[in-house]
Design a protein around this ligand. Structure first.
Ligand SMILES: [Zn+2]
Length: 217
């Protein structure tokens, strides 16, 4: 006889499969090299519980057992093995502020270079691309989407405070860059978050190539 599963265990298994499949796809694009990037999905809201990638794993072969369940303060739940990503607290802050069901963080070449280039200006405005419509609420290539840039820091509390200030100041924030580091994006669920990451990464690569940051890939 197999052990009976609870609804939460079943829900966790489905969510974990979906998140891992999305992450392997993002890794195949080359956006999480050298174990970089971290990825989460909300398992429960009250109280907040996220499934998040463990620290230090290659993402191209991510499996559900590579995820750890954490509470709203990024602490692993009892009986969870492994250490969550160092950036887990930022995932909690993003989920809480935006209501996102999934938060995806990539380290692409384009996001790294453009974040550094536009850090002093506080961000970059992107318009004129059909791919903008991959972003929730954007109806036309003529709309302008502003992607803010936060300064990089090894102090996760500082990054959280920076994000919370962005969230207060931008009504339609869909993602942001960290200078010389990478992209954070999110969505209502894993599929929506993946669409936003892929759309934003495509747009960033267009901007990087257009402005002469060299071949990206
Ligand atoms: Zn990172």
């Amino acid at each position: 006889l197999s052990r009976p599963e609870t609804d939460l265990q079943r829900q966790r298994a489905v969510l974990a499969e979906g998140l891992c499949a999305a992450v392997r796809t993002l890794a195949a694009h080359g956006w999480c090299r050298a174990t970089s990037g971290n990825f989460s999905a909300v398992l429960a809201w009250k109280p907040l519980c996220l499934l998040i990638t463990r620290s230090g794993l290659f993402k191209d072969r991510l499996e559900p057992g590579d995820l750890v369940a954490i509470d709203g303060d990024a602490r692993p739940l009892p009986d969870e093995a492994g250490r969550p990503s160092a950036e887990a607290l930022l995932h909690c802050a993003i989920a809480r502020a935006t209501g996102a069901g999934a938060v995806l963080h990539t380290h692409s070449v384009a996001a790294t270079l453009l974040g550094a280039r536009h850090a002093a200006a506080g961000g970059l405005a992107i318009s004129g691309y059909e791919m903008l419509k991959a972003l929730e609420g954007v109806e036309s290539h003529e709309e302008e989407v502003f992607v803010p840039v936060l300064p990089n820091s090894q102090d996760i509390g500082e990054l959280c405070r920076g994000f919370e200030a962005l969230a207060r100041g931008h009504a339609r924030l869909r993602g942001f860059l960290i200078a010389g580091h990478g992209l954070y994006a999110w969505g209502a669920d894993v599929e929506a978050a993946r669409r936003h990451v892929e759309g934003l990464e495509f747009l960033l690569e267009c901007e990087a190539r257009r402005t002469g940051l060299g071949p990206i890939g």
